[in-house]
Design a protein around this ligand. Sequence first.
Ligand code: HSE
Length: 435
Amino acid sequence: MEPVKVGLLGLGTVGGGTMNVLHRNAAEISRRAGRDIVVSHAAAREFDPKDIDGLDKVSITNDAFEVVRHPEVDVVVELIGGYSPAKELVLEAIAQGKHVVTANKALIALHGNEIFSAAQAKGVTVAFEAAVAGGIPIIKALREGLAANHIEWIAGIINGTGNFILTEMRDKGRNFADVLKEAQELGYAEADPTFDVEGIDAAHKLTILASLAFGIPLQFDKCYTEGIGKIEAQDVEYAEELGYRIKHLGVTRRTDTGVELRVHPTLIPERRLIANVDGVMNAVLVKGDAVGSTLYYGAGAGSLPTASAVAADIIDIARALTVDPDSRVPHLAFQPDELSDFPVLDMDQIETAYYLRLTVEDKPGVLAKVTGILGESGISIEAVKQKEPPSGEPEVPLVLLTHRVLEGDMNRALAAIAAMDAVRSVSRIRVEYLD
Ligand code: HSE
C-alpha cells in the first residue's frame, strides 16, 4: 500500500520529538497502521537539526502554507502552537481536503467548534490527542473506552509546568522563578508561560475534556480560571497538617442545573492517588456511572511523551483513510448534531468545601464572631485551628475547613468576615474530596 505522507508544521520540541518517534519506531508503526507513515514535507523557521532524526528525506521550507497546499501531503500536522497562523493553516488544510493532527489546545478550545464544523463538511478528521495531558491517551479513553458511560465528573492535574513548580517548591523549597525557568529549559512551559501559571493552559484542556464528557460545544470563555501564583508556603504546610495536598486542579462536573467548569488550586485528601501526582506528571480522574472512577496518569508535557500522542493520531488517521467519514469517531465524542445546550454554571452556583486562612487580632471573641457569620450563612465548619502567632506578632493565623457550600454564600460570608475590625486578611482555597 502507498505510504501516508505527512506534512509537519513546526520542528520545535514536539515537532522534533514526532520526527524522532516516527523514525525510531517506523517498522512497528507500519505494522500497526497497515502502511508506512512518511514525513515528506516540513515547515520550520528555526530548528536544531542535530537532535532530529530522518530529516535528510524531508523537503523543508519556511512557508507553512506551501506544505499545507502541497498535493503529495495527505495529513497536515500542526505543531506551531498559538492562534494565528495556526487557525488559518488548519482551515486551509481542511479546505484542501487534508486530515489534520494538532497538539494545539488553545486553538481547539477557542476555535474548535468552527474547525470541527469545517472538517465535517469536508469529510476530514482533525485529531487532537496531544492537546490534553501530553502523552496520556485521555481523549481516546473518553471518546471510545468510556463511550457507554454517563460521565459524572472529571478532575485533573493537566498542566505539567504548574505541577512541576508546586512540587519543587514544596519538596525542595525552591523559589517560583527558578523552577519556572527550569520548566522552560526542559520544554514543558508554553511559549507564554503565564498560560501555565495563571491556569489558562489548564482551562484550554478542561474545556476540551468537558465537551468530550458531556456532549456540549467548546466554551472556553465560560471556564473559571485561577492560577498558582497566590499559593503560600504556609497554606501548603497547614494543608498537610490537616491531611491534604494542594494541587492545581481542573474540575468539570455535571449537576442537575448545568456543568461546572473551573480551574483553581484545590486541597485534596492526601490519601487519594491523584494527590500524589508530582513533577511534570499529569493525571485525570474520570467518574462514569457504569465504570466508577478511573485514573489516567503519565507525562503531561515534554518532547517524546507529546510526540507519542501526535504519532498515535497519525496512525489512527492512516488506519481510517478509507472509512466513510460519517462512520469515524466524532470529534467531540457525540455526533455533531447531538451536542446539547446544557449551560455552564457561573461560579456563584457551584458547590464545594473550603479551606479558609484568616489573619486576625489575637483577642477574645474574634473566633466566635467568625464562626457566627459562617453559621448565619448556613456554612457548617468541619475543623478549626488557631496557629501560634509568629514571635512578637499581635496577629494569629486562623485556619478553618468547611463543609460543602454554594460559592455565592461563601462569597457573602467572606465579605462580612473581611469587614470585621479584627480581621487583617482572608484567603480561601477550594477543597474537593473526589470520592
Ligand atoms: N505547557 C504545557 C504543560 C505543555 O506544562 O502542561 C503541555 O500541554
